[in-house]
Design a protein around this ligand. Structure first.
Ligand code: AMP
Length: 294
């Protein structure tokens, strides 16, 4: 595995891969790699000839009040985890190279970025869209792999690809979970034992939604109420939002149908967690050839 930090070296690798006719996969991450990231790498290896994984904690997607300074970073650990996987490149640019003095151009995502995560984190998707476009321009991948865990992000990126005519295929991969159901996240390791236990309430609340829908409940109001009720059983959980939406425009639904998406975001102590699930259509992203286009 090459470890590349210079932007020019990354571009050179990519140019060479294209010249030799290789299909190039890209898995962008913020590091502190876990099984969720590795499931994306697994899909990337299956579908392409060469795989680039980036590790870059992107400052522009964090608000001033957020946890940029505390975000877990462990490049040595990431190298150790990736080495046996025979990934072709680990690309870890510096913030100074990505955002040099004088940088002032941002991508402004539209209405898809306004609700949910966008409402809680006002400049988040502007930072995400900007860094994703920059990384796509540097890595020039044929296929990029993103996780359903950040569902809204997949829609914003798909929109970015279409609106700005990028030649990248987006593949969305299912949520990797801990054995007890907690969605894997770089932030999980930072929870105390009691917070870790409390965090399970997110998954539990979504399971309750699935259960109700399977039992025939279709009124979104009723299901949302039940999700809130489950979340309220955990005093350490401070809910940011609960939503039932259709998964193309993220519009709230009044009646739930198969394929509607339930999302929750909550803070457990200082850790902010998100999770989501499709109701009545498990395995939506289980086929690796499916794109993020709903
Ligand atoms: P992050 O490092 O958290 O920015 O995540 C990098 C990529 O990994 C994003 O596309 C995430 O959606 C994806 N990802 C993070 N956690 C998981 C998970 N538990 N399952 C699947 N994908 C994930």
């Amino acid at each position: 595995m090459y470890h590349i930090t210079a932007l020019a070296d990354m571009k050179a690798f990519s140019r060479q891969a294209r010249l030799t006719g290789k299909k190039l996969a890209f898995v962008p991450t913020m590091g502190a790699l876990h099984e969720g990231h590795l499931s994306l790498v697994g899909r990337a290896k299956e579908g392409c000839d060469a795989v680039v994984v980036s590790v870059f904690v992107n400052p522009t997607q964090f608000g001033l009040e957020e946890d940029l300074a505390r975000y877990p970073q462990d490049l040595a650990g990431d190298i150790e985890i990736l080495s046996p996987l025979r990934v072709d490149v680990l690309f870890s640019p510096s913030a100074a190279d990505m955002y040099p003095q004088g940088f002032e151009t941002f991508v402004a995502p539209g209405s898809l970025a306004a609700s949910l995560e966008g409402a809680c984190r006002p400049c988040h998707f502007r930072g995400v869209a900007t860094v994703v476009l920059k990384l796509f321009n540097i890595v020039r991948p044929d296929v990029a792999y993103f996780g359903q865990k950040d569902f809204q992000q997949t829609l914003v990126v798909q929109r970015l690809i279409e609106d700005l005519n990028l030649d990248v295929q987006l593949i969305v991969c299912p949520i990797a979970r801990e054995p007890d159901g907690l969605a894997r996240s770089s932030r999980n390791a930072y929870m105390s034992a009691s917070e870790r236990q409390a965090a399970l309430v997110l998954h539990r609340s979504l399971r309750r939604a699935e259960e109700l829908f399977r039992a025939g409940e279709t009124k979104a109001g009723r299901i949302l109420e039940e999700i809130q009720k489950v979340l309220a059983t955990e005093p350490q959980a401070k809910v940011d939002y609960v939503a039932l939406v259709e998964p193309t425009r993220l519009q709230p639904v009044a009646l739930v149908t198969p394929g509607s998406l339930a999302l929750v975001a909550a803070r457990i102590g200082a850790i902010r967690l998100i999770d989501n699930t499709f109701l009545g259509s498990p395995g939506r992203y289980d086929d690796p050839r499916r794109t993020g286009r709903p």
